[in-house]
Design a protein around this ligand. Structure first.
Ligand SMILES: Nc1ncnc2c1ncn2[C@@H]1O[C@H](COP(=O)(O)OP(=O)(O)OP(=O)(O)O)[C@@H](O)[C@H]1O
Ligand SMILES: [Mg+2]
Length: 248
């Protein structure tokens, strides 16, 4: 890393909230072994929304799964604030995910027998969100912002692919996470709606001082993010604007 670290007490204010240092992830063993991520390092500041670009199979989901505490790195360290995610036990990771991470998966992973609104409120049944009235208000506000008020009482089967993804985004924001990780949010959205949803994500990150990472194939979405990281065959690099625009 070439980031300058000031040696004064002001360093605490500029210290990255999220730091991935020399992280490698290998799946399998022997001749079937795959190195999905090789020596990746990145830093993201609080309030920053960054994008992660790369072709299919390059390691994007693997990387954000480790950052979100769903997968443990084979080597290297991942730190969120004062917590070292990469050395946590399963129990600690479960707590971390419930309290600090909002994850929007590639497939929306909604609970099929709950309505859109209930899918959001389900998160609110976690201990941190015991105030039911406030949770209901937050769910309704999020559903409205995501253009889903009219769909709030539909189960996922009765929603379009894009609507399901928007419900998943609402659900990821319900627990007011420090870290928002989004895997391909625009895949099932048309352009106008895709922009709206990514704008909403960018706004949440900025206004609430969160940290966001968005995996995307869609270069048009990159303009909503502060920085672009590119990943190719498990190798992560920070992109200059030009390099990102060169990807088609
Ligand atoms: N559980 C697993 N076991 C073995 N190999 C895996 C596993 N998960 C992913 N891989 C491999 O690791 C590499 C990176 O996969 P990953 O899912 O992170 O890619 P990706 O960039 O998210 O791709 P896509 O854009 O298609 O979602 C691929 O070669 C993939 O086949
Ligand atoms: Mg993926």
């Amino acid at each position: 890393m070439t980031t300058h670290q000031p040696a004064t007490s002001a360093a605490n204010e500029t210290k990255a909230i999220l730091e991935v240092a020399d992280v490698t992830k290998t799946y399998g063993e022997g001749h079937t072994q795959v190195t999905a991520i090789a020596n990746a390092s990145l830093q993201v500041q609080q309030g920053q929304f960054v994008s992660l670009l790369g072709p299919s199979g390059s390691g994007k989901t693997t990387l954000i799964s480790m950052i979100g505490g769903l997968l443990t790195p084979t080597s290297g360290t991942i730190r969120l604030g004062n917590e070292v995610i990469s050395s946590m036990s399963k129990k600690e990771l479960t707590r971390l995910r419930a309290e600090r991470v909002g994850f929007v998966f590639q497939s929306s992973n909604l609970v099929p027998f709950l309505t859109a609104r209930e899918n959001l409120l389900y998160v609110a049944s976690l201990p941190k969100n015991h105030d039911r009235k406030a949770a209901a208000k937050r769910a309704d506000n999020l559903l409205a912002e995501l253009g889903l008020s009219e769909r709030a009482n539909n189960v996922p089967e009765k929603l379009s692919g894009g609507e399901r993804q928007r419900v998943a985004i609402g659900r990821a924001l319900m627990n007011d996470p420090d870290l928002v990780l989004v895997d391909e949010p625009t895949a099932a959205l048309d352009t106008a709606l895709g922009r709206q949803v990514v704008e909403l994500l960018a706004r949440e990150v900025k206004q609430r001082g969160k940290t966001g990472i968005m995996v995307t194939h869609d270069l048009r979405m990159v303009e909503y993010t502060d920085e672009v990281f590119e990943i190719l065959d498990g190798k992560l690099t920070k992109s200059t604007g030009n390099a990102a625009l060169a990807v088609h």
